[in-house]
Design a binder for this molecule. Structure first.
Ligand SMILES: [Fe+2]
Ligand SMILES: [Fe+2]
Length: 341
């Protein structure tokens, strides 16, 4: 008789249980005046391995929450940020992921052979142009039903979900025109001082207007988890600042034309007026953001720190590649769901 192996426990489930307990104050972390918790509830997970890629990205997203989620959502769990076990676990999961990304980057060819600042900008523009209009967006503009449009946008989360905080983190330690450009971009995210024009506020308006569902993380496809995790990895690893500048610049380069296709979808399916402002704003300003990011952030940074040049291109390629995988998977899933219905 053969015994079937017991199902392995998901690392993300274990991690989330520890975080939940710390958040609710059920785990004793010692006096709040101690720089590190006197007990480390993450110790038993230090050497744990995820059961699969999905588990890896769910675990990483839970870890990134500890570093970047609103404090009111974290409660006592925020004190886990300095846990040596958390740092070890995070580093190990990211190392495996970076090895995969590095392999895919190598397999993609010789995009990192950029010799001058102009080459860096050119390479970024090539990456952006290659998949500027993914089939998922043309499908959205021309074929998707209203329900599919809403579901797609719920998964997409906007062209630049969480961008304001990412730009804020990305500009730390920069100077000169790069600092200025990221600051200007951030101010646009803030509606140039007008609360109604803050991009997050406009996004909330969109959510209300189309009754966008909230999809829990554990129901997201692995491609969505990986895409979301990239922002967390870039924001919580100081050494990846060049890749982050590249990834955020690429996002700006590609967002405008995609947002225009979303607006076409709105026109075709007769979306309510409240759906428009968020995508209309990005369709208009992101081409300007993209150009300025190249001319005023990427080019001068590549001139000042030549070794950052290929790394900024690499970060752009990461973002573009994970985005494409995500769009294609979402399109296929939504079509499959509609066919099965
Ligand atoms: Fe934005
Ligand atoms: Fe933008």
């Amino acid at each position: 008789m053969t015994l079937s192996a017991a199902p392995k426990t998901s690392l993300a489930d274990e991690l989330e249980a520890v975080i939940r307990s710390a958040r609710n104050g059920q785990t004793a972390l010692g006096p709040a005046s101690d720089p590190l918790p006197t007990s480390d509830p993450l110790g038993p997970l230090r050497a744990s391995r995820p059961v699969d890629r999905r588990d890896r990205f769910r675990s990483l997203l839970a870890i990134y929450d500890i570093h970047t989620a609103p404090l009111q959502d974290l409660g006592g769990a925020a004190r886990l940020q300095g846990s040596p076990s958390l740092a070890q676990l995070k580093g190990r999961l990211e190392a495996d992921w970076l090895t995969e990304l590095e392999q895919a980057w190598e397999d993609a060819g010789h995009l990192n052979e950029v010799a001058s600042p102009e080459d860096v900008v050119r390479a970024m523009r090539v990456i952006a142009a290659k998949d500027r209009l993914p089939p998922a967006y043309t499908w959205l503009a021309k074929q998707a039903t209203w329900e599919q449009v809403v579901d797609f946008l719920a998964l997409e989360g906007g062209p630049d979900g969480g961008f304001d905080d990412l730009v804020a983190v990305c500009q730390v330690g920069l100077s000169g025109t790069a600092k200025l450009e990221l600051g200007k971009n951030y101010w646009d995210e803030m509606g140039q001082g007008d609360l109604a024009g803050v991009h997050t506020t406009m996004y909330e308006g969109l959510v209300d207007a189309i009754a966008m569902p909230v999809i829990p993380r554990d129901q997201l496809p692995v491609e969505a988890l990986e895409r979301a995790a990239l922002g967390g990895m870039l924001a919580t690893n100081r050494w990846l600042q060049p890749e982050m500048i590249g990834a955020l610049g690429l996002l700006e380069l590609q967002a405008g034309p995609r947002c225009r296709l979303v607006l076409q979808a709105f026109d075709r399916v007769g979306a309510p007026a409240g759906a428009y402002p968020f995508y209309a704003e990005h369709a208009e300003v992101d081409p300007v953001h993209g150009k300025d990011w190249m001319d005023k952030a990427i080019e001068p940074t590549a001139r000042e720190f030549p070794e950052w040049g290929p790394r900024m291109v690499r970060g752009a390629w990461w973002r573009s590649t994970l985005n494409l995988r995500f769009f294609e998977c979402v399109r296929a899933e939504l079509i499959a769901e509609a066919t099965a219905a």
